[in-house]
Write a protein that binds this ligand. Structure first.
Ligand SMILES: [Zn+2]
Length: 78
């Protein structure tokens, strides 16, 4: 189930302003410690039609946000 949701990408959503299904574009809205918040915008009128949070590995964020992780090994460099 999680894998299917993770692969989910909305290509068209119903837009109440355009009153029909419109192609949407995905816009990165926020980068959170727990993941990334994306917003789906109508390509016709620019309205926000949906949001979704991608809770990925976010390795770069995790690496810089939790310095304790690498304490065990890697001290040899000091
Ligand atoms: Zn629209």
């Amino acid at each position: 189930m999680n894998r299917q949701f993770g692969a989910f990408t909305a290509s068209e959503l119903y837009c109440p302003k355009c009153k029909r299904a419109q192609p949407v574009r995905e816009k990165l809205l926020l980068v959170l410690p727990s993941g990334e918040l994306y917003e789906f915008l109508c390509t016709g009128c620019g309205a926000s039609l949906a949001k979704r949070t991608v809770s990925g590995p976010a390795t770069k964020v995790a690496a810089s946000a939790s310095p304790r992780t690498g304490v065990g090994r890697g001290r040899l460099l000091n």
